[in-house]
Each structure stands twice: as structure tokens, then as C-alpha cells.
Design a binder for this molecule. Structure first.
Ligand code: UT7
Length: 311
């Protein structure tokens, strides 16, 4: 048996805090509306996708007790690359001083789970990679129309990362995964080159609850476990009401869900690793714990995975 382990983690948030009161002063909105409909109280805005990715990646490598040159595979999940060409992972790879391969992956807000499953599969396939840095970094503020109250209050910037190390004697990291897409739903959430995010919020909400509950239930069944065996639930941080609906329908105890969106807003690819890193730093994970990840995003994409936490 061989598999990979999460041996390091780190995150990065811009310094600038934008509160709901800041939006109240500029737009026809209110703190009460934003909190009640989304759960978001403040968010961080600033930086570039590569700068946040580098900060989070460096912290994860340090935490793993490694040097950047020990990393031979870098997977960067992002929907907001710095440039059209080359991939933002090229900038991150060069500035951190990693070795080996690097590529970007865009599966919108489900991207981090796609990236984690992809990196783990590449390590366990034994095709020349031993240590992967898996980063989720997004600067959604760069594609958000701050005059549009229906999206301005939701989206923000950040990055989170983990280091995966392959070990010959390790049990598998990913016990079950489900990655999917329904391209017929592309029109409900998209952004043209040079434009702003356009979203049919209510429709995204309705679909998100359905696809993530189905997808999470599928991986729980595939892993051969019961929902109450999940020690930590790390959902995409888009809306507290979506997370509440998932918890209720899946039968996961509320206190096992990690919530950071009240302080981060929706940071797309960064939302799941930001939540994971906060939980790991707070000591909410023990050896052998089962962790459920579940996300959804533009496309419409979705992705869930059951992972066994071992360092
Ligand atoms: O990562 C994936 C990305 N997206 C999502 O996950 C978003 C999923 N959707 C949602 O989170 C919710 O649909 C929203 C938070 C976007 C909106 O909440 P909602 O409860 O679905 O509200 P709604 O779109 O049905 O709008 C209700 C009312 C509307 O006014 P009328 O037509 O009832 O007069 C909106 O114009 O709320 C109005 N509204 C606002 N009011 C105050 C929309 N945005 C705001 C705002 N402040 N910021």
C-alpha cells in the first residue's frame, strides 16, 4: 500500500479589510441584508493571485519542514490568473524556487478539490513525483463589479495551500472522490475576458445545494462510512445558508463544519484551503480523522472528496 499525506499547510489574506459597513456607505445595501442572506461580515481585498499563492505556498513548505526545491509538482487552482500566458503557477514556481512540473487548473470554486485529487493521483501513480504543493489562490476582486450590489458584497481575495508527500508505507489520502460538471449551466455564472462576473444568484444557490448534497452523499457512500464518522466538514465558503442546507441534508453535526466566510467572503479556489488551514492551526484535526471536502462553482462544476488526515 502507498499513498500521500498532508504534511504542511499555509494561507495568505490581503491586509485590507472591507466590512459590510463600507458597502453600506457606497451601495444600496445593509449589513443586516448581507449577514442574513450570506453570513459574510467582512472580507479581504488586495494582492495578486501569484503574490498570495507564493505567501501561502511558502508557509506550507516551511510547515512541512521542506525547502521549495523539494517540491517537484506544483498545482495551482485559480480562476483569476495574473496573465493570459504563461500560467500563474510559472510565476509561483520561479519565485518560490520549486523543482519539476507546474500547471494551473481552473474548475472555478470547485477547483481546489479538483487540484487536490489530481495531485494525489499524480503522486500515487508513481510517474516521477514525490512532493506536491497544491495551492488555491484567487483575486475575485479583479473581476467583480463594485457598483453591483448583488455580487460586490460576496467576492474577495485569498490563498491557501497544502504540501502532499508520497510515502511508500502510507495509507491512501483520498478514500473517495467525485468530480463533475454540467455545462448546460454555464450561463448562470460566467465572466467574459476583461469583464465582470455575471451571476443568477438564486439559480446558482438552488443548483449548488442540489449538486453538492448529491456529490457529498456519493463520496460518503463510496468511502463506506456514515455521515457522523466525518470529523471535519470543509465546504466551499460561498453562503452560510448553502452550508446550513448541506449539513442538515447530509446529517453532519453542525460543529464539525469549518466556517471562515464570515471573515473572508467567497474567495473561490482559496475558500476550501483557507478553511482547512484555519481548522488545522486550531488543532481541530487528529491523526486518522476523516475530512469531507465539497465545492461547487461556475461551469457548473462540483467536487467532493473524503480524505483521511495523517501527517
Ligand atoms: O462560488 C459560487 C458563487 N456564487 C454563489 O454561491 C451564490 C449563490 N447565491 C447566493 O448566495 C444568493 O442567491 C445571493 C446571496 C446572491 C442572493 O440572496 P437571495 O436570498 O437569493 O436574494 P435574491 O437574489 O433572491 O434577491 C432578493 C432581493 C432582490 O430584491 P427584490 O427583487 O426582491 O426587490 C435583490 O435585488 O435582494 C436584493 N439584493 C440586495 N439587497 C440588498 C441583492 N443584493 C443585495 C444587496 N443588498 N447586496
Amino acid at each position: 500500500m502507498s499513498g500521500s499525506s498532508i504534511t504542511g499547510w499555509g494561507s495568505a489574506l490581503p491586509e485590507k479589510v472591507v466590512t459590510n459597513a463600507d458597502f453600506e456607505a457606497r451601495l444600496d445595501t445593509s449589513d443586516a441584508w448581507i449577514v442574513e442572506r450570506t453570513g459574510i461580515r467582512e472580507r479581504r481585498i488586495g494582492g495578486t493571485t501569484s503574490s498570495l499563492a507564493i505567501e501561502a505556498g511558502a508557509a506550507a513548505i516551511t510547515r512541512a519542514g521542506l525547502s521549495p526545491s523539494d517540491i517537484d509538482l506544483l498545482v495551482l487552482s485559480t480562476t483569476t490568473p495574473d496573465k493570459a500566458v504563461p500560467a500563474t503557477s510559472a510565476t509561483v514556481h520561479a519565485q518560490l524556487g520549486c523543482s519539476g512540473a507546474a500547471f494551473d487548473l481552473n474548475a472555478a470554486c470547485a477547483g481546489y478539490v479538483y487540484a487536490l485529487v489530481t495531485a494525489d493521483a499524480m503522486l500515487t501513480a508513481r510517474i516521477g513525483f514525490d512532493r506536491a504543493l497544491v495551492i488555491g489562490s484567487d483575486t475575485l476582486s479583479s473581476i467583480t463589479d463594485f457598483e453591483d450590489r448583488s455580487t460586490a458584497v460576496l467576492f474577495a481575495d485569498g490563498a491557501g495551500a497544502v504540501v502532499l508527500e508520497h510515502r511508500q508505507d502510507s495509507e491512501p489520502l483520498v478514500l473517495a472522490s467525485d468530480l463533475g460538471l454540467d455545462g448546460s449551466l454555464l450561463p448562470i455564472l460566467y465572466c467574459e475576458h476583461g469583464g465582470y462576473l455575471k451571476m443568477e444568484g438564486r439559480e446558482v444557490f438552488r443548483r449548488a445545494v442540489r449538486v453538492t448534497v448529491d456529490s457529498a452523499a456519493k463520496v460518503i457512500a463510496q468511502a463506506g462510512i456514515a455521515a457522523d464518522e466525518i470529523a471535519l466538514f470543509v465546504p466551499h465558503q460561498a453562503n452560510q445558508r448553502i452550508i446550513d442546507a448541506m449539513i442538515q441534508r447530509l446529517g453532519i453535526p453542525r460543529e464539525r463544519a469549518v466556517i471562515v466566510l464570515d471573515r473572508t467572503g467567497n474567495t473561490s479556489s482559496a475558500s476550501i484551503p483557507l478553511a482547512l488551514v484555519e481548522a488545522a492551526d486550531a488543532g481541530r484535526l487528529s491523526e486518522g480523522d476523516l475530512v469531507l471536502f465539497s465545492g461547487f462553482g461556475a461551469g457548473m462544476t462540483w467536487a467532493s472528496a473524503v480524505v483521511r488526515w495523517h501527517q
